[in-house]
Design a protein around this ligand. Structure first.
Ligand code: NAD
Length: 437
């Protein structure tokens, strides 16, 4: 919520004005206009948010999962009803095209949908008679108060990688969105306010480094989810784990695409151009290096130069014919490097030499080459004849090497693992006790 040109925090089920002494301007990157001012929430206010979340946890964890997910069904309906409005806010504060904003919000909503399956996804397992009359069970229990810290390039989608799973599993959740793009989530939290959740189950604190550090240091926060640049991901992971917390920290990327001579060059160029230049080149799965193999080099160079020359830069909400190509591919300043090698083995060596391991793609018509590539490449997300291999919400959003610090990723079953603790119960009921009833 915005009051007097300033964003409020959402703590304990109510919008609250921060007593922060520092504020930042949030600007529309296309017009440089100031949209709103965002408070840099100080440590003591973060502490208050953690306390209210902890107070809510005792009852929320006892709320049956079938009841908890009813709030997610309502959230999905509200997000669908306000879809266009939220996407416009994302374009205004982030600068991407409206089509891109709608696309990311849709991917976020898909996570709300998957999290409604928590009653099944949270199931444990058991074995009867591990010894005579003794049974063993594995149960999943929520972790407690958990927090997520998110980046500027997907203001709608990335917070929804975490929030739905966290609360459906029975945790209480605190979001610290990017201080560069806090408006989208502020509006989403207006909708969350309409859900009637118990106060404290979800909270929103705005801010930057000091606010993040307060979450990383607070002993009651049990788990930290982070998405952003690699240096900050590494820092957050180190500080959170040093403080005894569970952490999943996704970092940056330098995603390579390999083009073999047998690739469909027209399709490969079109897809790589969209992957490199679309969304202002600001997707963590954007292609930033293309490695051509042997004769693919000259043909690809010519095609991609033509594709790059047709790109235009502008404001994502401007007067563009919605049927024109530019309506879907508007850009701000992307760069694609070209490299050339002679064999697929050399290409894979180049890919694997990189410190990042977020995504790698291959364009080919050879099944054998595709299998070799997916088998040998050291990256968490692989695309075969696909430019942006973004996993669906029911798969983990993977990432290796300097692109991810931790064990369990965002989305799908990994999210359930991350937001629950396993408890193993070994149980015996002697027969003579049973006879008393
Ligand atoms: P960033 O690292 O600057 O900021 C991310 C978050 O960390 C923000 O909420 C910010 O307030 C906080 N932060 C920044 N500096 C901090 C510090 N020193 N101490 C504590 N907290 C700090 O990232 P960004 O510029 O907002 O986002 C772009 C980056 O995110 C790119 O590198 C992109 O590749 C990456 N990204 C990765 C994925 C993925 O899934 N791997 C997805 C989206 C974006």
């Amino acid at each position: 919520m915005i009051q007097d040109g300033q964003l409020l925090n959402y703590i304990g089920g109510a919008w609250r004005r921060s007593h922060a002494s520092d504020y930042l301007d949030v600007r529309n990157p296309a017009t440089a206009e100031t949209i709103v001012r965002v408070p840099l929430t100080p440590r003591d206010e973060v502490g208050a948010a953690v306390q209210t979340a902890q107070a809510a946890f005792a009852d929320w964890r006892r709320t049956p999962p079938t009841e908890r997910i009813q709030y997610l069904f309502k959230l999905k309906r509200l997000l669908d009803e306000h879809f266009d409005e939220i996407a416009r806010l994302t374009t205004q504060e982030c600068g991407k095209t409206l089509a891109e904003s709608k696309g990311e919000l849709q991917r976020g909503i898909e996570n709300v949908e998957v999290a409604t399956g928590i009653p099944s996804l949270m199931m444990g397992y058991n074995v009867e008679d591990i010894a005579r009359g003794i049974d063993e069970h594995m149960l999943r229990q929520p972790v407690g108060v958990v927090a997520a810290i998110t980046p500027f390039n997907f203001p709608g989608m990335i917070p929804l990688w975490f929030l739905p799973y966290a609360i459906a599993c029975g945790n209480c959740f605190i979001l610290k969105p990017s201080e560069k793009v806090p408006v989208t989530m502020s509006r989403v939290f207006d909708l969350i306010d309409e859900l009637g959740l118990p106060p404290g189950v979800v909270n929103l604190v705005n801010g930057a480094k000091e606010t993040v550090d307060a979450l990383l240091d607070h002993p009651t926060v049990r788990a930290i989810s982070f998405v952003g640049s690699s240096p900050v991901a590494k820092y957050v992971y180190s500080r959170a784990t040093a403080n005894g917390k569970r952490a999943q920290c996704s970092g940056g990327a330098k995603n390579p695409v390999v083009v073999l001579p047998d690739a469909d060059m027209e399709m490969a160029t079109r897809i790589i151009a969209d992957s490199s230049f679309g969304c202002a080149g600001q997707r963590c799965l954007a292609t930033s290096v293309t490695i051509t193999v042997s004769e693919a080099g000259s043909a690809f160079k010519e095609h991609i130069a033509n594709a790059a020359a047709t790109r235009k830069v502008g404001y994502g909400l401007d007067n563009v014919d919605p049927r024109s190509e530019i309506a879907g591919i508007e850009i701000f300043g992307p760069v694609l490097s070209l490299m050339h090698v002679q064999t697929i083995d050399e290409a894979i060596d180049v890919v694997n030499a990189a410190s990042y391991g977020n995504m790698a793609c291959l364009f080919t018509s050879s099944g054998a080459a595709a299998r070799k590539f997916r088998y040998e490449v050291q990256a968490g997300n692989i695309g075969i004849n696909i430019g942006v291999a973004a996993p669906m919400a029911f798969f983990p959003f993977s990432g290796w090497k300097d692109s991810f610090f931790g064990d369990m990723h965002a989305q799908g079953r990994d999210a359930v693992e991350f937001y629950t603790e396993k408890k193993v119960v070994v149980e015996r009921w002697p027969r003579e006790w049973s006879r008393k009833f």
